[in-house]
Design a protein around this ligand. Structure first.
Ligand code: ATP
Ligand code: MG
Length: 874
């Protein structure tokens, strides 16, 4: 076997498939683009769904990629198995309707065993196949020549994620030898079992069925190949090390952790788990943030939060008690910079985010401890067992690790219901699995559209009207020559002025007419072969292919869409100038009425930032910048500094929209000729939409004017209410405010005068009981402090009296009692208070001469005050 670094294995894989005429698809960002069904890109095929379900036909049906992936369902394994990560790279080759089982198996075998490539010892490779997939079995058996006992049939070898393409798979295992465990079927010690000896390195999926929405399976019109090989696992084999973590993809990280913790890796198993968890999670978090995700309380952001927390608490086991994960980000960037430069490029930003999050968690760990204490208090004298639900709650809600809960419980002589905790965990995993199952599915292939390859020319950059011939009409996935029902049909013409939804810009509206028929266009989108497909409702007449139609785009709508699209570009630039380069576009919507723009940023924009963005955009509108649009090779565009959208894939020739060098962006949308056409720009809202993503909404032109008009109407309403002229509004409001302050002051004085009256009459309340002066009464006091102040007042005039006061505020009773010093040998304020407070269902206490208390039963205040009387008499 060859000696190769992780990076070399990746290169070799791509090189091999390039030589086999595959096109290289770049590694897509971890945050899925235009795909709400996935939280993270979790495999090589996840970014290629559009090819697999036939929405888009690739330029070359043979594809190879190295795809960064995040799998959170493996999180509990990470650190404990040799082979699982939350972030890993999947190397894959794909065939979209080109080669199938035979060639994919031959390719895989050649790559793994040929001397020129990986040069693995054939006798150490094992294969699993689906029991009914006799094709695959025969190919391995006869074509490749493997003996029977090296091919294992496993029922679970069927790849199916719900609606969409699916099929059997065949996995390739590498036998790492006896030292990783002796053969024992009872212990799952066989290829495909849960073990560390037979390492699954490559999975070949033969997608040959359509899983239909009614649950039936039908053969796919075009069969596909999807494969995935774990880079880190390959590295562990090639470098002959016991786990993925001992490869060159991880060792620099382990060394950094050794430095920070002053502990050594490889000394104790349990300590090594911490090293592995930290090094795994910091890769995931660094890459995810570089790709636009941010820690938060939900969805993607929550995953990052959990990973960081998990790492921090494992760090505690290494004796690291302060923020340090951020200091590993540079190491991640350095290891990966060759293929993934963006972690290094954004390392300052990533470090800032990670550090903030770590510090925050270290603070909340304390909160977890408090919650634990409350659970403890409730079971200490009863069951003595912390329930599984509570342990899970600590873990899930407060990021408090189960191990920590158990440790604390042990110290306190309590038990934790481990089974209960495991059950809760299983339930959560089930919930996650169901969520995945129901949402990961793809669309069902449309055969008619994917077979139709005649191009359609888009003429809408120049004109809004076109005479065009109807080439294809589709209804319910069937091609029609003629149609006269009143429903929707899909239409493709030889040319069209209708823009198909893309790059955030919505599609054009409008009509399609002939002498005999009329249709209304409701949506326009790109077909699998990139023609603009019109979804139109037949209003009248018969629609026929081959006939020429007049296509007319709604000009007014289009003109506002175009203004908003150009304004979006200006705003994007102004945003980056104002808050920084990290403000990447995370989504955009350009409609006629408004524009919407999502971008990654941690904090809400301040009023000043919003104003600065708004001002910059309006300045560029007043300046009247010419908008020049040209096509050029991608290299030239990059040289011009053109802003490419994050994660978007571009061809070799790109369209560049240049607003006089101020904003230069790659874009296929439609724009104004000069920025002054936009007229006016106004931001109307700034909100957070979770996961570190902010959203700006803005209006332009007529709609901006309408926005200001609405404000004007509101101002009019205010002047009406205040009965003043607009010029005087501010003076009037200031005056009203002043008046209000004065009135408040007056009320306060009145109140205090009335309570003084009451105190002046205190002589009337004073009683003499057994020769002792006693004042016991209810007074008005907002709180205990005020009550004490009143007490001080009364006391200064009645030095020899026992005084007890009570007040009621929002159903709570406050009490205070004082006993003159020379009476304290006979009467104790603390005792009096105990008796009083008890009568209002409360508590109290204090010194012999002064005590305070309170209760929750105001109805009994009189009884409580009477108690003083009884106390003195006895
Ligand atoms: P396993 O059963 O070992 O978890 P899997 O069946 O989930 O693997 P696939 O979904 O078939 O794996 O992914 C293809 C390849 O990606 C695997 O053969 C393996 O090499 C790699 N892989 C999968 N999950 C992980 C992971 N969590 N960490 C590292 N590599 C992985
Ligand atoms: Mg798995």
């Amino acid at each position: 076997m060859k000696q190769l670094t992780g990076n070399e294995i990746r290169d070799l894989f791509i090189k091999f498939f390039k030589e086999k005429n595959h096109m290289v698809e770049p590694s897509a960002p971890l945050v899925p683009i235009d795909d709400d069904s996935l939280l993270w890109i979790n495999s090589g095929v996840a970014t290629l769904k559009k090819y697999f379900d036939g929405r888009v036909i690739p330029d070359n049906p043979r594809i190879v990629n190295a795809q960064k992936s995040i799998r959170t369902n493996d999180i509990e394994n990470v650190g404990f198995t040799a082979r699982h990560h939350t972030f890993f790279e999947m190397l894959g080759n794909f065939s979209i309707g080109d080669y199938f089982k035979k060639e994919s198996i031959e390719l895989a075998w050649e790559f793994l065993t040929s001397e020129e490539w990986m040069d693995f010892d054939e006798s150490l490779l094992y294969i699993t196949v689906h029991p009914e997939d006799t094709d695959a079995y025969d190919i391995w058996r006869e074509d490749i020549g493997l003996s029977e006992e090296r091919i294992i049939r496993i029922e679970g070898n069927f790849w199916d994620i719900g609606e969409g393409p699916c099929g059997p798979n065949s996995e390739i295992f590498y036998d790492r030898g006896e030292s990783y465990g002796a053969d024992d079927p009872a212990d799952e010690m066989y290829p495909g079992g849960e073990n560390e000896r037979y390492l699954e390195v490559w999975n070949l999926v033969f997608s040959e069925f359509n899983h239909n929405s009614d649950g039936t399976y039908t053969p796919l019109p075009k069969k596909n190949i999807d494969t995935g090989m774990g880079l880190e696992r390959m590295a562990s084999i090639v470098q002959n090390v016991p786990t993925n973590f001992d490869t060159d993809l991880f060792t620099p990280l382990l060394e950094r952790i050794e430095e920070v913790s002053n502990k050594s890796y490889g000394v104790s198993d349990s300590q090594d788990v911490a090293f592995k968890v930290i090094s795994d999670h910091v890769r995931t978090v660094s890459f995810a943030i570089a790709d636009g995700a941010l820690p938060s309380n939900e969805g993607r952001g929550y995953v990052l939060r959990r990973l960081l927390r998990r790492a921090v608490r494992f760090a505690k086991e290494l004796g690291i008690n302060e923020a340090f994960m951020y200091s590993l980000v540079d190491t991640v960037g350095d290891i990966m910079k060759g293929f993934y430069p963006n972690v290094r490029e954004k390392s300052d930003f990533i470090k800032e985010v990670v550090k903030k999050e770590e510090e925050r968690f270290l603070a909340t760990l304390d909160e977890g401890i408090r919650i634990y204490e409350s659970f403890k208090a409730s079971v200490k004298d009863t069951t003595g067992v912390i329930s599984g639900e509570d342990a899970f709650k600590l873990y899930d809600t407060y990021g408090f690790p189960y191990e920590l809960t158990r440790e604390y419980a042990e110290n306190d002589g309590l038990e934790v219901d481990e089974q209960g905790f495991m059950d809760e965990m299983a339930k959560q995993r089930e919930r996650a699995r169901n969520a995945r199952k129901s949402s990961e599915s793809m669309q069902v292939q449309s055969k008619v559209l994917s077979d139709f390859t005649t191009p359609s020319l888009f003429t809408g950059y120049e004109s809004l009207n076109e005479e065009a011939q109807l080439l294809l009409m589709v209804k319910d996935d069937e091609s029609l020559q003629s149609y006269d029902g009143g429903e929707m049909v899909e239409l493709i013409f030889d040319k069209t002025p209708f823009y198909a939804v893309s790059g955030g810009q919505i599609a054009d509206y409008g009509t399609i007419k002939s002498d005999t028929a009329e249709l209304e266009v409701e949506a326009v989108y790109k077909g699998p072969n990139k023609q603009n497909v019109h979804l139109a409702k037949v209003v009248s007449g018969t629609v026929e292919t081959g006939v020429t139609y007049k296509l007319s785009v709604d000009a007014e709508k289009r003109s506002f869409i175009v203004k908003n699209h150009s304004a979006t570009h200006l705003m994007h630039q102004a945003l980056k100038d104002t808050i920084g380069e990290h403000a990447n576009q995370a989504g955009s919507l350009v409609e006629a009425e408004k524009l919407r723009f999502d971008f990654s940023h941690l904090n809400p924009l301040t009023a000043e930032e919003i104003k600065s963005i708004e001002d910059s955009v309006n300045e560029k509108i007043y300046e009247g910048l010419n908008v020049e649009i040209s096509e050029m090779p991608i290299a030239e565009a990059k040289e011009k500094g053109a802003m490419a959208l994050f994660g978007e894939k571009y061809g070799d020739i790109v369209r560049v929209v240049d607003m006089d060098d101020y904003s230069v962006e790659l874009c296929g949308g439609i724009h104004v000729v000069n920025t002054s056409d936009i007229g006016l720009f106004k931001i109307v809202s700034e909100t957070g939409i979770g996961a570190g993503i902010r959203r700006l909404e803005a209006v332009t032109s007529k709609y901006a004017v309408e926005y200001y008009k609405e404000k004007e109407r509101r101002l009019q309403k205010i002047t009406d209410l205040l009965k003043v002229k607009e010029d005087n509004v501010i003076r009037k409001i200031t005056q009203l405010n002043d008046e209000k302050t004065e009135l408040k002051q007056e009320i306060k004085e009145l109140k205090s005068a009335s309570s003084k009256d009451k105190l002046a009459n205190i002589e009337n309340i004073k009683q003499t009981v057994d020769g002792i002066d006693l004042i016991a009464t209810e007074v008005d006091a907002k709180n205990a402090k005020e009550l004490r102040a009143i007490m001080d007042d009364i006391k200064s005039a009645n030095q020899d009296a026992i005084i007890a006061l009570g007040s009621v505020n929002e159903d709570k009773v406050s009490l205070v009692v004082t006993v003159p010093k020379d009476l304290t040998d006979r009467f104790k304020a603390g005792e009096i208070m105990k008796g009083m407070a008890g009568r209002v269902d409360g508590k109290g206490g204090g010194r012999p001469d002064m005590a305070q208390g309170g209760g929750t039963n105001p109805d009994n205040l009189t009884i409580a005050l009477q108690f003083v009387n009884e106390y003195i008499t006895i």
